[in-house]
Structure formats: C-alpha cells, structure tokens
Design a protein around this ligand. Structure first.
Ligand code: SF4
Length: 288
C-alpha cells in the first residue's frame, strides 16, 4: 500500500476527538482553531476555542468585539498578535466575503494573519479541498517515512508543498483525510524525540525505520528558548493589563519584570504592535 493509502485507512479510527474536527464545525471554527494552534498545544487551545466559538459563532460577531475583549479572551495562549490578526481577518471576512470564510487558497492567503499553512489547512479541513497542508509534523513524517531522513531540516516552502502534494490521492475528500492523518501521525506517533514505530501504521514501509533510524546530521531548525526572552516579558506585561479593569500606572508594570531596559523595550513593542495603549494621563491599558 502507498503511504497515502495507509494513512487514509488509519486516520478515521485513530484520530483524537478534537472539537474543531467534529462534523458540525464551520470553516470559521476551523480558521479560529488554526490561528490558535499555530504556536500553542492542543490541550491549551481546546477550552479557549470552545469559549470563542460560543461567544463569536460567526466572523461578524468577532469583528464587532473590542480589541481589549479579544485580547482578554485570548488569555494565555501566547503570541497575542495572533488574536489581533484574527480580529482583523474577521472584519475582512464580514465586510468583503459576506461573513463566509473563503474556500480558495489565494483568497484565504490575502486575509490578515493567514499564511501558506493556515490557508491550506482551512481549505482542506474546512472545505475538504485537495491541497497540501505542511506543518512541522508533516515535514518530519515525510522526511522519515518517504526520504529516510531522521529530521526534515529547515523549511523549504515550495519544495515541501510539492513533496506532500505528490503523496496526496487525486480525489479531494481522500486528500483532505490524508493531510489530517499525516499531521496526526507527526503529533502523536512520529514525534520529534520519541517516534513510536511499533505503534505506527507506516512501520512496514517507512524508509528511515528500514535503514535502522540513522542519526540525522544535516542542518537543523533553530530552537527558541523562552525563559528570560522578550516574549516572556511581553507576556508578563500583558498579564497585568488583562487582569486590570482600569488602566494601570507604570509602577504596576515595573513590578512585573525587574530588568528595566528589557521591560521598557518590551512595553514599547507592545505599544507599537497595538497590543497596549497609553492614555493621556500616562496610564496603560489593553487597546479599546
Ligand atoms: S515507522 Fe517510525 S519513523 Fe517511520 S513514520 Fe512511523 S513512527 Fe515515524
């Protein structure tokens, strides 16, 4: 059996029951899930996604919310610029697309905050279209199972898309299932550090396993730390703003991080990114 046929056979019974995969999920629900999942694990996304879809079931509902409400509802999912981009995308969908998420990859890619991966994920999982959906997990599975390499190395967008496209079956529904299945395999079985080959549906045909799982010696993607980074500081400052009903004095932000130079740099970047505002009286708040 081909890689695609094995994955097609395996996925329907093996897939985790995630709320955005249920049949009644709208393309809008899929789009929201893809924004949230870009940098955040499934377990943290699930409750927030459920709350968002109950509160803002259509793009126009989110578009009318204030940015402060959107940032509060984003909570601690991290990378909060995603929340503002999703808010902007909702506005564009509501006003230019009749409140319906577009199905076409080019139209999706034209939305704020929607890149190559997210556009294809929405087309495939929201509309059942045939298009390669390539994230880190898919690249790793294909690198191992097809090319016999332990790691996919740095991303090569065009080549990666062609690589996965070549694996997909011709009919749209099967292709969308295979796309979801490759992602699931990479997320739960063919993980970066501990691939469980014994539980893998591809174990008989996997090129890397057949070669004895040779060590990967090629270039690697840079690994980002978190502790002490500007990202952590920005998160702390936003926590203060999110937790306050009123604008806060600068002293409240000063207490959130001791390194003044780093704290000031991060506060400036939040203001520039539109994630925070300074009022005329000098106090700080989430954007209106
Ligand atoms: S057999 Fe092992 S290395 Fe190959 S795809 Fe499956 S989990 Fe990954």
């Amino acid at each position: 059996m081909s890689t695609a046929a094995v994955v097609l056979d395996w996925y329907p019974a093996a897939a985790r029951d995630l709320p955005w995969r249920r049949p009644d999920t709208t393309p809008w629900g899929v789009l929201v899930s893809e924004f949230m999942l870009q940098q955040t694990p499934v377990a943290r996304v699930e409750p927030v996604w459920t709350e968002w879809l109950a509160r803002w079931p259509a793009p126009s509902d989110l578009a009318t919310a204030s940015r402060a409400d959107v940032l509060r509802a984003w909570g601690k999912l991290g990378y909060p610029r995603r929340a503002l981009r999703l808010h902007e995308a909702a506005g564009v969908i509501a006003t230019r697309h009749g409140d319906a998420v577009p199905a076409d990859v080019d139209a999706l890619e034209a939305l704020p905050g929607v890149g190559s991966y997210t556009a294809r994920a929405v087309a495939a999982f929201g509309y059942g279209r045939r298009c390669p959906v390539v994230d880190t997990n898919v690249r790793r599975v294909v690198a191992r199972a097809v090319h016999g390499r332990g790691d996919a190395g740095p991303a090569r967008t065009t080549a990666d898309l062609a690589d996965v496209d070549a694996l997909l079956p011709p009919d749209a529904h099967s292709a969308a299932v295979v796309s979801a299945g490759l992602m699931e395999l990479g997320a739960v079985i063919c993980t970066a550090r501990g691939p469980r080959c014994g539980a893998c549906p591809l174990h008989e045909t996997c090129a890397w396993r057949a070669a004895g799982r040779p060590e990967y010696t090629g270039p690697r993607r840079p690994v980002q730390g978190f502790a002490g980074t500007d990202r952590q500081v920005r998160g702390r400052l936003l926590d203060v703003l999110r937790g306050a009903d009123e604008p806060v004095e600068r002293a409240a932000l000063d207490a959130a991080w001791s390194d003044a130079a780093q704290r000031d740099r991060c506060l400036d970047s939040l203001l520039v990114d539109g994630l925070a505002e300074q009022h005329d009286d000098g106090r700080f708040a989430l954007p209106a």
